[in-house]
Design a binder for this molecule. Structure first.
Ligand code: SF4
Ligand code: SF4
Ligand code: SF4
Ligand code: F3S
Length: 423
């Protein structure tokens, strides 16, 4: 991949997993970010965290379709293909494959040769594209199966794939390993912090050239017309640094605002160790490492762009696989199967999602009794008997102190008849 700067990797990397299967589209996360960071003049349109309904929603509108189209057209002009090598015999590649096409860093040379100064393939959204952050909310493609006048399928819908579907996609800056925004800025106003990999725009250096707005394929830097500089998600870095002493008197790192406010408990955020090549260091006791690299249930968004994003997604079980493959790469099928038929460890770690505010550096599980079983069907039609155990997941903070303990079976309390109707 052609990246204009020499590789340099942080010691720790800010990363997170979003479970799209559980998001209820409540936008509490977006409001948590807005009420903390973007409530001032010039920031009215900014949603550093946004939730969009796929397949039609997008903020800015159609951002992903637009960049995919540009990337595709660069491949067509060079008679190249955007393909994945998914040779199953190669254990290093399987199930993710290796992308054999051009990323946005190489494609720019072919797609925009007249604009010699562009380092990254991209486009600058127009003002109206930012004006409706929640456009097409809850809209799904038309049901092609036999349906009634209201569009409801006569036979109902069944897994593995719903004919008519939508899902919520949670989006913040990916604090990429190879940030396109950073590569494109002619002022060198963008930097990646060595301590946690957070990508920031230096407000003193920025002169509002907006090359970052054009280059970021995820469209996460946003221009402030008042200050004449661009701004973006700052990963709530005071919280990562343990400097929010109101919620963390001991000074341990806590999750960001959007993560810790998540009502659906779909988010898990952490700091992972990197090796000298910028790869995640093996650390089976880190819940993010375990879920992404060992249990293989979460995938990066549009990996073909080439920025190596650090936000990962558990793909929605019910959406058409081709659609998901273009979004998350060829590992989709396996990650959905691993989520449908999870290991005991996966089920336990899933309970840690948004279960506390302190960042979990280490976890362990304790085995409990069997509580449930049911048959599940994998994507190739294989039937499996899923046994669920009431295991316990325990998380430890930066100081090694226990900060959360949760069981697979959530405790339920039944109110007595006397208090049925009271709070
Ligand atoms: Fe930069 Fe965009 Fe990556 Fe964020 S998502 S680091 S703004 S390229
Ligand atoms: Fe906003 Fe912080 Fe979430 Fe970034 S990490 S989107 S700054 S709340
Ligand atoms: Fe989804 Fe959580 Fe945001 Fe609600 S707060 S929209 S559940 S990510
Ligand atoms: Fe650079 Fe973006 Fe500012 S390109 S100058 S950081 S608007």
């Amino acid at each position: 991949m052609d990246y204009p700067y020499e590789a340099k990797y942080p010691a720790l990397q800010f990363a997170a997993i979003f479970n799209t299967n559980r998001c209820i589209g409540c936008h509490t996360c977006s409001m948590a970010c807005k009420s903390t960071w973007t409530f001032s003049d010039g920031q009215e349109y900014m949603w550093w965290n946004n939730i969009e309904t796929k397949p039609y929603g997008g903020y800015p509108q159609f951002w992903d379709m637009k960049i995919l189209k540009l990337l595709d057209s660069a491949h067509v002009s060079q008679e190249k293909e955007m393909t994945w090598n998914t040779d199953k015999k190669d254990v290093k590649k399987a199930p993710y494959g290796q992308y054999d096409g051009m990323t946005i860093f190489e494609a720019v040379q072919h797609e925009k040769p007249e604009e010699g100064q562009s380092r990254v393939l991209g486009y600058l959204p127009q003002d109206h594209e930012w004006s409706k952050p929640n456009i097409h909310e809850d809209a799904s493609p038309i049901n092609t199966k036999e349906h009634d006048a209201m569009g409801f399928a006569k036979e109902g819908v069944k897994l593995p794939v719903h004919d008519s579907f939508f899902f919520y996609l949670q989006r913040i800056c990916n604090h990429c390993q190879y940030p396109a925004c950073l590569a494109a800025c002619p002022r060198k106003a963008i930097y990646k912090r060595p301590e946690d990999g957070v990508v920031l725009i230096d407000q003193e250096r920025c002169r509002g050239y907006r090359k970052c707005n054009e280059a970021c394929p995820y469209k996460k830097p946003m221009y402030n017309g008042k200050t004449k500089a661009s701004e973006k998600c700052i990963a709530c870095y005071p919280r990562l640094e343990g400097k929010d002493n109101i919620i963390s008197p001991e000074g341990v790192p806590v999750e960001t605002r959007c993560m810790s406010a998540c009502v659906g408990k779909i988010r898990l955020q952490g700091l992972v160790k990197l090796d000298s090549n910028g790869l995640w260091e093996k650390d089976s006791s880190n819940p993010l490492y375990a879920l992404i690299h060992e249990e293989k249930i979460a995938l990066p968004l549009y990996p073909q762009f080439g920025t190596e994003p650090n936000m990962y997604y558990i793909p929605p079980r019910w959406a058409p696989r081709n659609y998901l493959m273009q979004m998350f790469g060829p590992g989709v099928q396996q990650s959905i199967d691993n989520y449908t038929y999870p290991t005991r460890r996966t089920l336990a770690i899933l309970q840690l999602f948004r279960a506390q505010r302190e960042i979990i550096y280490k976890f362990e599980t304790k085995e409990g009794p069997k509580i449930y079983e049911r048959e599940v069907t994998l994507s190739d039609g294989t039937k499996k008997m899923l046994e669920v155990f009431d295991d316990t997941a325990i998380g430890y903070n930066k100081n090694g102190k226990e900060c959360v303990r949760v069981t697979v079976q959530e405790p339920a309390f039944e109110r007595s008849a006397k208090f049925l109707n009271s709070i």
